[in-house]
Design a protein around this ligand. Structure first.
Ligand code: OAD
Length: 232
């Protein structure tokens, strides 16, 4: 209770505010996190093994199909009260999520560190692709297999997005990290940069994470419950 009030005061008084979100942000909308076991059709796969360039090379139809399943799932769900609270903030919003729930809640200029489910491109010539039929579809320019526009394990993050995120973290006075395990780099370094350069870091997560140590406040609870209580 005391921590919730302290967080609300810090946020209300922030001059340069950054919000960093991960999969837990969308959990209450019904989008499974990466640490959740896959269920149903995908129960025998591991998300971490599907999200690699090697997996796409080995079996493009399988990987394309998995991302199509996730895209369709995201299209059926709605932003939650946490997304709506974040949309009320004047902040730099950085997300590791490939869904569009922040945008659908009304946030603008969202920095997508790990790409998007809605921007497929050719895996050979990088031309943006519409969504033609095929699993995976063929690029209309060069015929190469179209891939999801997301960042896979082992791939570099989009340079401009990463630079914007690090600069915002370095310059902020308050950073809120929400629903991220803090295990995947370089995204996990963003709260550390803020803390090292004098920012106050607030974490919203039901579980402890490796980021606990750099956080001034650790609010243990679900994003959709905690964020509306600390954002007016
Ligand atoms: P993870 O799936 O690694 O972690 C989800 C975090 O959300 C965990 O720390 C949970 O405790 C927390 N969580 C679960 N439910 C929550 C809730 N209702 N409210 C708040 N937090 C909750 O997701 P990320 O940290 O986003 O990358 O993972 C980072 C990246 O690893 C992803 O972007 C993806 C991934 O595998 C790529 O695909 C490259």
């Amino acid at each position: 209770m005391k921590d919730l009030r302290a967080a609300a005061d810090l946020i209300a008084g922030a001059r340069r505010l950054v919000v960093l979100t991960g999969a837990g942000m969308s959990a209450e909308s019904g989008v499974p996190t990466f640490r959740d076991a896959l269920t149903g059709l995908w129960a025998r796969f591991d998300a971490h093994e599907l999200a690699t360039p090697e997996a796409f090379e080995r079996d493009p139809a399988l990987v394309w199909g998995w991302y199509e399943w996730r895209r369709q799932l995201v299209e059926r769900v709605e932003p939650n009260a946490g997304h709506e609270a974040v949309a009320r903030l004047d902040c730099t919003l950085i997300t590791q999520n490939v869904d569009d729930l922040h945008e659908r809640a009304g946030s603008r200029d969202v920095v997508h560190l790990h790409g998007s489910l809605f921007e497929p491109r050719c895996s050979v010539c990088a031309a943006p692709a519409e969504r033609p039929a095929g699993e995976p579809p063929a690029c209309v320019r060069c015929g190469g297999p179209v891939r999801p526009g997301v960042v896979w394990f082992g791939e570099a993050l989009p340079a401009a997005a990463l630079e914007q995120a690090v600069e915002a973290a370095a310059a902020c006075d308050v950073l809120i990290t929400v629903g991220t395990s803090g295990l995947v780099h370089p995204a996990a370094e963003i709260p550390q940069v803020a803390a090292r350069l004098g920012g106050t870091v607030i974490q919203v997560n039901p579980e402890p994470t490796p980021l606990d140590a750099v956080c001034a406040l650790n609010l243990r609870g679900p994003a959709a419950v905690v964020l509306p209580q600390i954002i007016s």
